[in-house]
Ligand binder design. Structure first.
Ligand SMILES: NC(=O)C1=CN([C@@H]2O[C@H](COP(=O)(O)OP(=O)(O)OC[C@H]3O[C@@H](n4cnc5c(N)ncnc54)[C@H](OP(=O)(O)O)[C@@H]3O)[C@@H](O)[C@H]2O)C=CC1
Ligand SMILES: CC(=O)N[C@@H](CCC(=O)OP(=O)(O)O)C(=O)O
Length: 302
């Protein structure tokens, strides 16, 4: 029998992309509500009551409300918002993060999808902290460039109308919503400085972490530690450093590619992760988590 899945926020940027990835699946039946009632609590509760899994593609406030609406129901949740990512009652849905992540996701009622920038930053930092090549107290910085769909319907409208700038840097006040999950899941004791930016392209992103080399770490052991961590993973891989890193390279895939750049003589390096903010950074990761939770092929629909 098909698994019943309800995408709450199906008409939004992330929701639509998840729907596209699930529509042709014979093992999944999508539960839909009348679009005119999509914000109606009774209609959503009915959908939660008949779903095996609900995927929340909503702003943080409505995502919290959704969980409260279904508190007494057996429905399992995947939340694409920031609302529950550092909540200890939720499993952080990053399948490649640790050896036991998949088992935790498979058995969870509550799974929180990582943020898009966070997916890139955590993919670089967490294995290197674990390998002892980055000190948890180190003063780190994270730079990133994202396509504008990362800003949801409102930012997309600005670019569609031609009123948005070609590129902008933002969130420099250091309160970006992804910092808490980056600190938690990389086990950092110092908060990194984060400088994200948006360019005039719809989707795709590159997350960069500059590092100084030292007696303990060099370009080779950084790459080796990352390769060892991601060995055998279908969606995350370490690739050779190219002269130009193109943020759109993995668009419409669930892939994330890591590369280690730098110069041993000058003692400087940059770690880079490229992913599709709507793929491994959101909808792809949600479908990957759904597959793990349902015991389906992890790559189905991806
Ligand atoms: N875009 C991205 O790259 C990523 C987004 N996310 C997260 O996914 C979530 C959704 O983001 P995104 O798809 O970009 O946002 P959008 O603004 O594109 O879509 C949000 C959707 O939620 C609907 N909605 C808002 N309030 C309610 C409510 N009370 N009840 C029911 N539906 C509601 C909106 O309806 P309406 O049609 O009225 O606007 C809209 O369809 C956010 O939490 C975001 O942080 C996560 C990773 C990456
Ligand atoms: C370009 C842009 O605005 N990006 C968003 C992050 C994308 C997103 O929606 O964040 P989650 O992955 O946490 O949901 C931002 O910086 O707030």
């Amino acid at each position: 029998m098909a698994h019943k899945v309800f995408i709450d926020g199906e008409a939004g940027t992330t929701g639509l992309q998840i729907r596209d990835r699930l529509l042709s699946r014979s093992d999944i039946e999508l539960i839909q509500i009348d679009p005119a009632r999509r914000k109606d609590a009774d209609a959503r509760r009915e959908a939660f009551a008949s779903a095996d899994v609900a995927i929340l593609c909503l702003p943080d406030g409505p995502a919290k409300e959704a969980v409260a609406l279904a508190a007494d129901l057996p429905v399992r949740f995947i939340d694409a918002s920031t609302a529950h990512r550092v909540d200890p009652n939720w499993v952080f849905g990053f399948a490649e993060l640790t050896a036991d992540a998949r088992a935790a996701i498979a058995g969870a009622k509550l799974v929180s999808n990582p943020g898009c920038y966070s997916t890139g930053a955590i993919s670089l930092l967490a294995p290197l902290v674990k390998a002892g090549l980055i000190d948890p107290a180190e003063a780190l910085s994270i730079n990133a460039v994202s396509g504008y769909t990362g800003g949801g319907k409102e930012l997309i409208a600005e670019y569609d109308q031609g009123t948005a700038p070609a590129a902008f840097v933002y969130a420099l006040g250091q309160k970006h919503k992804h910092l808490p999950e980056i600190v938690k899941y990389c086990a950092l004791t110092s908060r990194p400085v984060f400088a994200p930016s948006v360019g005039n392209f719809a989707q795709g992103m590159a997350v960069q972490i500059p590092l100084h080399l030292n007696g303990q770490r060099n370009l080779d052991n950084l790459r080796a530690a990352l390769e060892a961590h991601y060995a055998g993973q279908a969606f995350v891989s370490v690739v050779d450093a190219e002269a130009r890193v193109v943020p759109t390279k993995l668009n419409d895939t669930n892939k994330l590619e890591i590369s280690v750049h730098g110069d041993a003589e000058n003692g400087c390096a940059v770690l880079v992760a490229v992913l599709d903010n709507l793929g491994k950074g959101a909808s792809g990761a949600a479908v990957q988590n759904l597959n793990i939770m349902l015991g389906a092929d992890e790559g189905a629909g991806l």
